[in-house]
Design a protein around this ligand. Structure first.
Ligand SMILES: O=C(O)CCC(=O)C(=O)O
Length: 214
């Protein structure tokens, strides 16, 4: 596989930047942080996102058949993989804030705290939307993270985590020699309609941390 930077669905680690063009194909594999969307590019990924056991489970959770609303590969390269700060996925989605969007995060490699496994605050989705700030990312303020309640969720390859779109979660940077690749699919109830603008989302989750320190 040859990864090209000019494909608009590939995001390279900032630590690599422009050097990407000069890397070998093997080194490029360990330089990409994110690819999105992915299911249109590979039938195996498409059929995984439609896997009957997964969609049946989602239907039980949502109370109606799910529809895929976003699909991505989250690749945490060894040693340089950057953190994904604490956030709620709903802060990124323009749907009514009470829409039951569910994330499925599927580990392709063993995922451990040292190579950037998922970390969550159990039960935090019950607290409703949190203000987000444009800092290292679009994120919950570091001082609002309930450090004492963090649960690390290591997964074996093929392990899948399903989580509510308001759950506080994030992944630490990788300082490990081991690659951590994962897939992430987001599903909405089939009847849920997008809002086509960001006004409601930003009125609830904040407008870029404007005029305030966190
Ligand atoms: O896989 C990761 O490193 C973070 C994924 C995540 O939490 C997200 O994209 O919402």
């Amino acid at each position: 596989m040859i990864l090209r930077r000019d494909l608009d669905n590939i995001m390279v680690e900032s630590a690599v930047g422009e050097r990407f063009e000069r890397l070998t194909d093997e080194a490029r594999l360990d330089s990409v942080r994110k690819m999105m969307p992915i299911t249109d590019y590979d039938d195996r990924l498409k059929s995984l996102s439609e896997q009957p056991e997964l969609t049946a489970l989602l239907e039980r959770i949502m109370g109606e058949p799910p529809a895929l609303s976003q699909d991505m590969a989250m690749l945490k390269p060894p040693r340089i993989g950057r953190e994904k700060p604490w956030h709620q996925d709903m802060a990124y989605f323009d749907y009514p804030t009470d829409t039951m969007i569910v994330g499925a995060w599927i580990a392709l490699d063993e995922s451990l705290p040292e190579n950037g496994c998922m970390m969550v605050i159990p039960g935090s989705h019950h607290e409703g939307p949190m203000l987000h700030w444009a800092r290292r990312d679009w994120q919950i303020c570091d001082s609002d993270v309930q450090l004492g309640k963090i649960a690390a969720l290591p997964l074996p390859p093929g392990g899948c985590l399903l989580f509510h779109c308001l759950l506080h979660h994030g992944t630490p940077p990788s300082r490990s020699q081991r690659r951590r690749w994962a897939l992430q699919f987001h599903y909405r109830p089939r009847s849920a309609l997008p809002l086509y603008n960001s006004d409601l989302r930003l009125s609830v989750f904040g407008t870029d941390g404007k005029d305030a320190a966190c």
